[in-house]
Design a protein around this ligand. Sequence first.
Ligand SMILES: Cc1cc2nc3c(=O)[nH]c(=O)nc-3n(C[C@H](O)[C@H](O)[C@H](O)COP(=O)(O)O)c2cc1C
Length: 303
Amino acid sequence: MLEIDLCGIQLKNPTILASGVLGISGSLLSRVLTEGGAGAVVTKSVGPVRTGFPNPTVVEVEAGFLNAMGLPNPGIEEFIKEDLIPLANKGPIFASIFGSDSEEFARNARLIEPHVQAIELNVSCPHVQVGQIGQDASLTKEVVSAVKKAVKIPIFCKLTPNVAPQDLIKIARAAQDEGADAITAINTVRAMAIDINIEKPILANRHGGLSGPAIKPIAIRAVYDLATSLDIPIIGVGGITTWEDAVEFFLAGASAIQIGTGIAWKEITIFKSVCEGIKHHLKRKGYANVSDLIKRAHRSIKK
Ligand SMILES: Cc1cc2nc3c(=O)[nH]c(=O)nc-3n(C[C@H](O)[C@H](O)[C@H](O)COP(=O)(O)O)c2cc1C
């Protein structure tokens, strides 16, 4: 009832772990698939070795988290050896990669392709310089084009909401034109918090990215605008903590959804509870399966 086909990849359900929230370890990704019940998982973004920003890197704010991790990772080769190879055949794994330019993105995509079912391009991290690629249609075009030439598996381009709404569509179209198989929307929203006692920004990096329920309406708007303008699937992400949130994303035009902060808000089994809720909703509404609901929603959006 919940199975979907996402760019030719069969998922047992439409819920996917969002990149980065559970860190990098392969064993945690495996638990999200088994205990958690997710249909697929996205790894933390990996690329050239980075130590990340000094602490504090995450702070809880009203209805969300503010984070400026700085893309810490042990380097793509080390990550493949230590965490990805032991995960072989555990379930659909999507790799999130980053790089400083299109050549580096293509090299990283080539290295990781044998170990995963799809690649998500993180061109949209709001607190590092490489995240600026996704704010520019021509830079995004170069990256998608280079990766598309480098690999055969599906590629998802993950976009930032930190641009004017009309630019979001332009950037997404550029990605679609260069062969992106899906768009993931959205990455975190650029934001800030200040400690009134020490009278300084809380995050060591000052700015960070906001996630969680606070950004859900922004994500719904982005998914709706993208779904009305593009032909490729949209993977919706931003603030999902309940099955009702997931259904709202499908009605906005998403073909699958990702959950990040919701895991910390609730627990690792959030994927199972969201799936149970979707199932009951489908029965109550008389849909045979989730693909029917998604197809019907998409038809009404395109009118
Ligand atoms: C602590 C933390 C780390 C994150 N790391 C990454 C990352 O490495 N790559 C990426 O593309 N997105 C990263 N994200 C963004 C999430 O994947 C997701 O797009 C965003 O948090 C919105 O979804 P949510 O509200 O369900 O968390 C991170 C988010 C958080 C909170």
